[in-house]
Design a protein around this ligand. Structure first.
Ligand code: ATP
Length: 242
């Protein structure tokens, strides 16, 4: 039933063809096509319940009850809205959790430095703020040296200021690492701020795509930024404020 070949095509991080995923006989994803280039930053928008997380879980290899073809790199990592840290393990041990072999602590320390958490390497997860826990979760993704980083609303639960810092961090990590990113978000501004290309999911397929042809770092005050944002909001059925 499922064709799930973990081998990337040259120049591509993701290739999905004719993907269908049904729950109780209802196709949430229905003959979906998708390609993401190596090193490309793609944001995925769509109404609540349209299947964004389902698609991300399939790309992460967490859901194999599919029909169709899914090609993704072997090295991929995922971070969710909830940081999912093990409370009984110190932060650095959480970062190494699930890695094959016995990686030395230095591997965790390097990733924690990258996300600005060196000070908290020995801390227990419960002592971290929401933003810090989210950064620990990002560090856990980075130690996998991913060619594809899958982010499911990683900033959804953060307050506005922490969110801006976390967005900035993800933008920097992406530039430095050069991996492809698929970011699921509800925030149109975040999508336009970070992505090379924004996809809108609807009716089980990618119903719309918008290339973001703005230089980085992006300026929220740029009229073209507002135009792209308004266009995407309209696609989502939301009227932008004048
Ligand atoms: N394990 C499951 N069993 C049954 N139905 C499921 C399951 N997982 C997802 N669904 C259904 O599939 C649909 C898509 O869910 P999904 O979580 O992918 O949406 P989403 O676009 O990520 O939503 P949100 O933006 O609210 O997070 C929903 O109707 C959901 O109820």
């Amino acid at each position: 039933m499922a064709t799930d070949v973990h081998r990337p095509v040259t120049g591509q991080a993701v290739r999905v063809e004719g993907l269908t995923r049904s729950f109780d006989g209802r196709a949430v994803i229905d003959d979906l096509q998708l390609a993401i280039g190596s090193g490309e930053f793609v944001a995925l928008l769509g109404r609540s319940g349209c299947g964004k997380s389902t698609l991300l879980r399939i790309l992460a290899g967490l859901d194999r009850e599919i029909e169709g073809t899914v090609l993704v790199p072997r090295r991929k990592a995922v971070a969710f809205q909830a940081p999912r840290l093990m409370p009984w393990k110190r932060v650095w041990r959480n970062v190494l959790l699930g890695l094959p072999g016995k990686p030395p602590r230095a591997v965790a320390d390097k990733a924690l430095e990258e996300v600005g958490l060196t000070k908290h390497a020995n801390a227990w997860p419960k002592t971290l703020s929401g933003g810090e826990a989210q950064r620990a979760s990002l560090a856990r993704a980075l130690v996998r040296e991913p060619d594809l980083l899958l982010l499911d609303e990683p900033f959804g639960a953060l307050d506005a200021l922490t969110r801006i810092n976390a967005q900035r961090l993800v933008g920097e990590l992406w530039r430095r690492r050069g991996c492809a990113v698929l970011l699921v978000t509800h925030d149109v501004e975040e999508a336009v701020l970070l992505a090379d290309r924004v996809l809108v999911m609807d009716g089980g397929v990618i119903a719309h795509e918008q290339r973001i042809d703005l230089d980085r770092p992006r300026d929220l005050a740029d009229p073209r930024f507002a135009e792209l944002r308004a266009g995407l909001l309209a696609r989502l059925g939301v009227e932008a404020a004048a």
